[in-house]
Write a protein that binds this ligand. Structure first.
Ligand code: PMP
Length: 301
């Protein structure tokens, strides 16, 4: 790719030109919403679900996105095409826009819309083969009645604090608990455990973002004949699981082989995790919005 084009409020600008006001309330207060999306071979995976989540987050914080969902879908496809990308990570940001220094959003008259599409920096294959080390952290997940984890807002400090703790502990990812001590999710990934052939993931009301990958994995697992239970569990259940894995747009499906220095199973990514990763990678090129339908048509004929 020669140069990267970024969509900024109705225009494509270069990376250097893609700057926003220091008075933007996204910058001043984390006031805004975002999505992280992925395209595989020109297919934007489950774009409609990502947009639904973003528009619901915006609705929750009374942020009016100045485009219909259909227009936003087109802006995202245009950004990918403009950058001639097939495999991409896409970041969509809608901030409250520039206002004055007071926190009242009423001073912000125009939300800012940014779409960044980049060639993907994949997690190294070695990490999928080796599996991650997880560590539980002292920072608890935001309580849903304080700041709902379903609002994918620009305020990610809860997750950042968790990531800092994981870094300090020298582990790859954090295991985040809620205020009652139940397992919720990682810093930016959902968590699953496998025990005696049954797959468990925490219900989102405990304090996890309802991940698009999470939901895809639940459906795939059921298609593969697994029983999937959305029920609360504790760290003990994680320690004695046969397999543990995380899911997310960036991470896809990745095994955790050590949790708080307990080895999980035989210390290697397990068969169920690998089976679900394979079928997920098979799904992602199919289910979504095609950026280059003519090309796809030409390949098929
Ligand atoms: N939890 C959090 C806190 C996240 O930020 C993400 C990434 N968006 C996820 C879970 C995974 O969600 P998804 O599968 O939609 O990427």
């Amino acid at each position: 790719m020669s140069s990267q084009w970024i969509y900024l409020n109705g225009q494509f600008v270069t990376k250097d030109e893609a700057v926003v006001s220091v008075y933007d309330h996204g910058f001043l207060y984390g006031d805004g919403v975002f999505e992280g999306i992925r395209a595989y071979s020109g297919n934007v995976f489950r774009l409609d679900q990502h947009l639904t989540r973003m528009y619901e987050s915006a609705q929750s914080i009374m942020l009016h996105i100045p485009h219909t969902k259909e227009e936003m879908q087109q802006i995202i496809v245009d950004t990918i095409q403009h950058n001639q990308l097939d495999n991409a990570y896409i970041r969509v940001i809608v901030s409250r826009g520039a206002g004055n220094l007071g926190l009242d959003p009423a001073s912000c008259s125009k939300p800012r819309v940014v779409v960044i599409a980049e060639a993907l920096a994949l997690y190294p294959q070695e990490l999928y083969e080796r599996g991650l080390k997880l560590g539980s952290v002292s920072t608890r997940r935001n309580r849903p009645d304080v700041l709902s984890p379903q609002v994918k807002s620009l305020n990610y400090l809860n997750n950042i604090l968790v990531k800092l703790e994981a870094n300090q502990a020298g582990v790859d990812e954090a295991l985040m608990l809620n205020d009652q001590g139940y397992v919720t999710e990682g810093s930016a990934d959902n968590i699953f455990i496998v025990k005696n052939g049954v797959i468990y993931t925490p219900p989102v009301y405990l304090g996890a973002l309802e991940g698009i990958t999470r939901n895809a994995i639940i459906d795939l697992a059921k298609d593969h004949g697994f029983e999937v239970k959305e029920q609360p569990f504790t760290r003990h259940d994680v320690y004695v699981a046969d397999e543990v894995f995380l899911t997310g747009t960036a991470a896809e499906v990745i095994a955790a082989v050590e949790v708080d220095q307990r080895t999980i199973g035989d210390g290697k990514p397990g068969a169920v995790t690998n089976e679900l990763l394979d079928s997920f990678r098979n799904l992602v090129t199919k289910d979504g919005v095609q950026c280059y339908p003519e090309k796809r048509g030409a390949e098929v004929s």
